[in-house]
Design a protein around this ligand. Structure first.
Ligand SMILES: N[C@@H](CCC(=O)N[C@@H](CS)C(=O)NCC(=O)O)C(=O)O
Length: 203
């Protein structure tokens, strides 16, 4: 089994943090997406979308999509539960993880991809206006997250979950995307300090 990734990229980081929380070790193989190493015929045969991370199982089966990979390991090693417990708990984690992925990480990534000069060869066409349009959408979700964290220790409630991982990666990716974190989101800052202090954050 191995994971093919680009270490600097946000989605691979989600998987690394998830595995660190689970205490699962998987060998990594690095491909540099900035050097078009995901565009080769060999990698394209594994993932026609030319995206990392991918998980390659011992029998050659390839899984892509961050959440699918995390779900695979959740079933392999259920504790600690990172997709929630019980009908309501699992649904709450799903709700918040989707919000963090589609409502925060997506907008931060679109800002980065459409505005950062280093991404011009991968994001064709780069549309500056679209990059700019995504910034306020990310900030809107960040304010909503701050409100959620006013009443809860973690993103989806009282337990750390994959929603925290997605949110942490999205918030940290705001720096390369050059989106300034607004001052005054005290609940967000309290949460960010706590989840950044977990050993998994350095994975
Ligand atoms: N939906 C995919 C997204 C994966 C993705 O966008 N990966 C980025 C790195 S964070 C990538 O491989 N980009 C390569 C490119 O843009 O050419 C997932 O959740 O894993």
């Amino acid at each position: 089994m191995k994971i093919i990734e680009t270490k600097q990229a946000p989605n691979p980081r989600r998987v690394r943090v998830f595995l660190a929380e689970k205490g699962i070790e998987v060998p990594y193989e690095q491909l540099d997406l900035m050097k078009n190493e995901l565009k080769t015929p060999a990698f394209t045969a594994m993932n026609p979308l030319q995206r990392v991370p991918v998980l390659v199982l011992d029998d050659g089966t390839v899984l892509s999509e961050t959440v699918a990979i995390c779900r695979y390991f959740e079933v392999q090693k259920p504790a600690p539960a990172l997709f929630g417990t019980g009908a309501l708990g699992q649904a709450q984690v799903e709700m918040w993880n989707r919000r963090m992925e589609l409502g925060l990480l997506f907008h931060v990534a679109q800002t980065f991809r459409h505005l950062h000069p280093a991404m011009a060869h991968l994001e064709v066409p780069q549309v500056k206006e679209w990059g700019e349009a995504n910034k306020p959408k990310a900030l809107e979700m960040l304010a909503m997250l701050d409100q959620q964290l006013a009443g809860h220790r973690f993103v989806a409630g009282d337990a750390y979950s994959i929603a925290d991982i997605t949110a942490l990666v999205a918030v940290d990716f705001m720096r390369p995307a050059r989106i300034e974190r607004p001052k005054g989101l005290s609940h967000l800052e309290r949460w960010h300090a706590e989840v950044s202090g977990r050993p998994s954050a350095k994975a």
